[in-house]
Design a protein around this ligand. Structure first.
Ligand code: ZN
Length: 170
């Protein structure tokens, strides 16, 4: 990304204490039973539960727990044929993806595509916590990388999100 476009992305975000671009938004793990895993993370590890959501398009149920300035996402398949179900079957429970926050996700995807990074999503799609896109592990040293746009960025408007402050009670 040129200095000019990076500035444009950062300038798109209000400066009232919003997260810095590039922080780890969340780390996601695949679990067999969401309720059991939530109970462990909340009661044993002591992480506050933020939300549980169904994601029919991905055939999963997910939970977000707060871990300091970042989060942990737990992902459980809702059937035996989804991509996550196959992951669980072949690899078992464990690390699934790393999510980094960016100021302008579509600009970032364009920049990455121009450098030859293999994108799973060429443009941002609607995620539970904001606009998201995945980068292929083959281009990321074996790690499935998710990008998420910081609240109030340009893709929030394009995808029809409401006020970011309302997101947690959707
Ligand atoms: Zn995620």
């Amino acid at each position: 990304m040129s200095a000019a476009s990076r500035e444009a992305g950062v300038n798109g975000i209000p400066s009232d204490g919003l997260p810095v671009s590039g922080r780890i938004h969340h780390v996601a793990t695949v679990v067999r039973d969401l309720d059991i895993a939530v109970k462990f993370h909340a009661e044993v590890l002591g992480l506050p539960l933020e939300q549980i959501a169904d994601v029919p398009s991905q055939e999963v149920r997910i939970a977000f727990l707060t871990a300091g300035d970042s989060k942990i996402e737990l992902v459980a398949p809702t059937n035996s044929t989804s991509g996550v179900a196959r992951f669980l079957e072949t690899k078992g429970e464990g690390f699934h993806h790393l999510c980094l926050e960016v100021a302008d996700i579509d600009a970032e995807l364009q920049r990455l595509a121009a450098t030859g990074i293999q994108l799973i999503n060429a443009v941002a799609v609607e995620g539970v916590e904001g606009p998201v896109a995945f980068l292929h592990p083959k281009s990321c040293h074996g790690i499935l990388v998710e990008l998420i746009e910081a609240p109030g960025g340009p893709a929030w408007k394009r995808l029809g999100y409401g006020d970011p402050a309302q997101l947690r009670i959707r």
